[in-house]
Ligand binder design. Structure first.
Ligand code: NI
Length: 396
């Protein structure tokens, strides 16, 4: 087992970077200052090959090992913040009102920079490591990872495997969680417009009331999961938007319903699209109304491949011991756009404990800087596990 102390040496510096990024958050595809900060740091570590401006504000740095030829693996961090007013009251709280790092991407960026500094010094691996700093993990389609893959980073840098990491409130600092197969859900959104016939609220028999029909449709959607889905499978359908008349005395012509679908496998997305439409259509027809239905596919499920998951487990274990690595962590139904990179290449995504903090996307959230050396250490161990050479490579 490797001593975490080696990586604690980088903690002070990484904490400064993390808090600087936290105080200066930028929204998706606007990470100009963050990207500049990242590129400058990479160059200062002696990394000569740094490409900027990928997918707008994305940065990729390439470190060649000194162990000769070998594959290129990618380590990925995300850089964007969220449109939330911060309430953490920390000295390094956001200086930009209404924008904050509420999902730990400041910490992800700082950890990958820490690993970059270590790896640029040691270079005790074969092949190369591509450090991907991506924009825009948070928005709906098209996201930063999608665009970087579209712009050909996998081919251009010759990447054969991809690895991601996310901070996880509720898991102790210094512990890791991972699982084979689906680890994060897919995200799709849907819109239903119920078209009836409006009129005076005092005279409903002369209308086809879309408000009552919308209410039936919403209740009907509740049975798609409870009555039509295998209880051992993961599917969430939530109605989140509802838009009807703006007055007490008007029955509107139409009502708009919107919601989100989260699943652990692409087959469930087909099911959700088909069944939501059929159920809403049938209910509306029963009342003499009609619907318009739109299903918007966004991020796919994040699916860890077997071999790379085992490599990730091996790396995490060699850092913190087997007892601190949960190999069967519960699947999270949140969506993660690293899924697009995992569609392009095999790889694995791991959770790193952030301790008992506020949840991600909460205005009180903050990254725990005690987690920094574990994240840095994991990246370094992973590189040495996958690309290690010689007798003391990998677990040392
Ligand atoms: Ni996130």
């Amino acid at each position: 087992m490797r001593d975490i102390k080696i990586f604690r040496e980088l903690q002070g510096e990484a904490t400064d970077w993390r808090r600087y990024l936290h105080a200066n958050p930028e929204l998706d595809f606007q990470e100009y200052n963050t990207a500049r900060f990242v590129a400058e740091k990479l160059s200062s570590f002696g990394i000569n090959h740094v490409e900027t401006g990928i997918a707008g504000t994305g940065v990729v740095g390439l470190i060649q090992g000194e162990g000769g030829d070998g594959p290129t693996i990618a380590l990925r961090a995300d850089m964007d913040a969220l449109p939330i007013v911060e309430t953490s009251n920390k000295p390094w709280a956001s200086k930009t009102s209404g924008i904050m790092h509420a999902c730990g991407h400041d910490g992800h960026t700082a950890m990958l920079l820490g690993a970059a500094k270590h790896l640029a010094r040691s270079r005790n691996f074969k092949g190369s490591v591509a450090l991907i700093f991506q924009p825009a993990e948070e928005p709906a389609f098209p996201t930063g990872a999608y665009k970087m893959v579209q712009e050909g980073i996998m081919e251009r840098f010759g990447i054969s495997q991809v690895f991601g990491m996310h901070i996880a409130p509720g898991i102790e600092v210094g512990r890791f969680g991972i699982r084979q197969g689906s680890i994060m859900g897919s995200q799709d959104d849907f819109d239903i417009v119920v078209r009836g016939r409006g009129g005076h609220a005092a005279d409903p028999s002369r209308t086809i009331d879309p408000v009552v029909i919308a209410a039936q449709i919403i209740l009907g959607l509740q049975t798609l999961v409870s009555r039509k889905t295998d209880p051992l499978e993961s599917l969430v359908i939530s109605v989140t938007k509802l838009n009807a008349a703006q007055a007490y005395n008007i029955i509107p012509d139409q009502v708009e319903i919107g919601g989100t679908v989260r699943t652990s496998a692409s087959s469930h997305r087909d099911f959700a699209e088909r069944e939501i439409s059929a159920s809403a259509q049938a209910i509306a027809r029963g009342f003499g109304a009609d619907i318009e239905f739109k299903y918007l596919r966004s991020v796919p499920a994040t699916i860890n491949s077997i071999e790379e998951t085992n490599l990730a487990i091996c790396a995490a274990r060699s850092l913190v011991g087997a007892e601190s690595v949960d190999e069967k962590v519960k699947i999270s139904m949140g969506a993660e756009d690293f899924a697009y990179m995992l569609e392009a290449r095999p790889g694995a995504y791991i959770f790193l404990g952030n301790g008992p903090t506020a949840e991600c996307h909460s205005p009180a959230f903050d990254f725990d800087d005690e987690a920094l050396p574990y994240g840095i250490g994991y990246w370094v161990q992973l590189v040495e596990t996958v690309l290690g050479f010689g007798t003391d490579a990998g677990v040392n």
